[in-house]
Design a protein around this ligand. Sequence first.
Ligand code: ZN
Length: 216
Amino acid sequence: MTLSIRPELTTADQVLSSLVTQTKPEVTDADMMQAVRTLLIGLGEDPDREGLKDTPKRVMKALQFLTKGYHESLDELLNGAVFTEDANEMVLVRDIDIFSSCEHHILPIIGRAHVAYIPSGKVIGLSKVARICEMYARRLQVQERLTIQIADALQGLLKPRGVAVVIEATHMCMVMRGVQKPGSWTVTSAMRGAFADDARTREEFMNLIRHKPSFS
Ligand SMILES: [Zn+2]
């Protein structure tokens, strides 16, 4: 049997989706390209020189791709891939690549997510765990919120005994500007249910994400 259950939307999600639907029709592609052109002029460039001629279009397309998660929903993404299964041991998907953009500077956040849950009657296709991470990453983010959104999505979908999400990431706004700290990593975590309540379960998860498999 296949079940698909919509998780509770957070208030932040509701605000965001109303913002998206309110603003989208009023801003055309031409408006966005014009905005990039204005930026180029403000930076002291000549937007009509050969190398920059198509840059406004390219920047717009790139930003649309990097934020395509605004136009995706959990329902569409899962497409019914929640299954009833009598499993109750930890499921861990680690080293999921994260390419996100910080909402303060629209610069890349690059890192990895490790996601675990302990099922309570329902499981999800493993590739869907990565797709959930990607959907939230492809929006303007702060790493803390991204971590929480992934944990809450799984908690809402599967009502598992616990969810753990750890993201390790480097922020280009810190590396390339500001404090200029190449090599600095930010680690965030969100623990729900058994992972929050039981130190041994949390420890098992932390050991598993530290472990390096011998085949890679
Ligand atoms: Zn930033």
